[in-house]
Design a protein around this ligand. Structure first.
Ligand SMILES: Nc1nc2c(ncn2[C@@H]2O[C@H](COP(=O)(O)OP(=O)(O)O)[C@@H](O)[C@H]2O)c(=O)[nH]1
Ligand SMILES: [Mg+2]
Length: 253
């Protein structure tokens, strides 16, 4: 289940928080094959330094989860979330190139123009679902209308995100989850439900097609490790319990 999103959307922070969250809560563990990446990442978090942009290339992240709890309900599960941290710049470039190829008549399958593109496409093939990290905060300071700012940000990320949704999920006829994660909740302060209403309309032409093909769309607002005002959630972030619970339900169905 890959994690996609444009550069600076909060993908690496999101993955880091998921790993912190399950480890602290005793819900699961990081696969030992991925610890070298996290030693580096948690160093940045603890020092309060920004995590540098993910370089080109895809970092595999494997998380073993054996229980989730939400709203007082515990669910014993056994699933391995196999995902990847990807460079946002590489993702954006690849999806824009794919979109151009399609609009100029090239077929999706023949899109092998560059290694970077092929690497992203390989990641998006044969998935069980998709986690999309969406940054709606980038224009909040340049307009007084929150809604306008959110729509502007959704507009900017539309091509890479919507192309990825269709490439990864548009061929399937089985139930597959598409989790839309709105990061940086400490800045935008909006709830998943509120954003769901907005994004369902904003991206309606594409989301309606996916829905018809069995794609299940869910929205979450989260704050990542290091960004919470509340000391207790500094390492656990906010909003990860519900997200992981729903993920467990969808992936073990
Ligand atoms: N306020 C706030 N900023 C965040 C949060 N998560 C990420 N950021 C900021 O967004 C930047 C990009 O995050 P990063 O995870 O590296 O983005 P990526 O390019 O998608 O991997 C970080 O350097 C932070 O400044 C969050 O939960 N709250
Ligand atoms: Mg990154």
């Amino acid at each position: 289940m890959p994690i996609v999103g444009v550069a600076n959307a909060g993908k690496t922070y999101f993955i880091t928080t998921m790993v912190y969250f399950v480890s602290i809560m005793g819900w699961g563990t990081l696969d030992e094959s991925c610890t070298h990446y996290f030693e580096e990442l948690l160093g940045y978090v603890l020092r309060g330094e920004p995590i540098p942009p993910t370089k080109s290339g895809i970092k595999r992240v494997i998380l073993h989860v054996d229980r989730v709890v939400y709203g007082g309900v515990e669910k014993r599960v056994k699933f391995t979330l196999s995902t990847a941290d990807i460079s946002g710049a590489q993702f954006e470039t690849a999806m824009i190139a794919l979109n151009e190829q399609i609009s100029s008549g090239g077929l999706e399958r023949e899109s092998t123009s560059s290694r970077d593109l092929e690497e992203v496409l390989r990641l998006l093939r044969r998935v069980h679902g998709l986690i999309a990290i969406v940054d709606i905060t980038r224009h909040l300071s340049d307009t007084s209308s929150k809604k306008k700012a959110v729509l502007k940000a959704l507009g900017q990320q539309a091509v890479p995100l919507l192309r990825a949704f269709q490439y990864a999920l548009g061929h399937s006829r089985s139930r597959k989850p598409l989790f839309l994660v709105f990061t940086k909740k400490d800045i935008h302060g909006m709830e998943g439900e509120e954003l769901e209403g907005l994004v369902r309309y904003a991206y309606a032409p594409i989301l309606a097609i996916l829905k018809k093909k069995g794609v299940i769309i869910r929205c979450y607002a989260v704050t990542s490790v290091g960004w919470s005002r509340d000391d207790l959630s500094f390492f656990k972030g906010e909003g990860f319990d519900k997200l992981l619970y729903d993920l467990a339900v969808e992936l073990t169905r």
